[in-house]
Design a protein around this ligand. Structure first.
Ligand code: ZN
Length: 121
């Protein structure tokens, strides 16, 4: 295999740390949203309906991001497992080597571009 797995292991671990941080602290954009809500509540206290509607929306958005982060964390973990197993960078469908440029863009991918396109259809 001609792929430099050490480099991708580093980038996957880095990504993993970031995802873990986001999931643990549940603060993907949360801090700034709270600040904005705090500021707004003073001037729009006569508009309770609009306030609670936007709060619900923001909470759903937060949970959506957290689910995304958890899903991606699993992908990253599996990719790290493939590096350990020596199968990293091989397409799960056709068994061909995934080009390094694609792995650089999406280090946790299991598919070559051709098969990713086929499956997306
Ligand atoms: Zn393939």
């Amino acid at each position: 295999m001609s792929i430099d797995t050490d480099r991708f292991r580093d980038s996957l671990n880095e990504h993993r740390e970031r995802l873990l941080g986001a999931i643990e602290h549940h603060d993907i954009g949360g801090a700034s949203l709270t600040d904005e809500t705090g500021e707004l509540s003073g001037s729009t206290s006569d508009n309770h309906l609009a306030d609670s509607a936007s709060e619900t929306y923001e909470r759903e958005l937060d949970e959506g991001l957290e689910a995304d982060a958890q899903w991606q964390l699993r992908e990253v973990d599996e990719a790290l497992g493939r590096i350990e197993a020596g199968t990293y960078g091989t397409c799960a469908v056709c068994g061909k080597e995934i080009p390094a440029e694609r792995l650089e863009a999406v280090p946790w991918t299991t598919l070559c571009i051709e098969d990713a396109r086929k499956l997306a259809r």
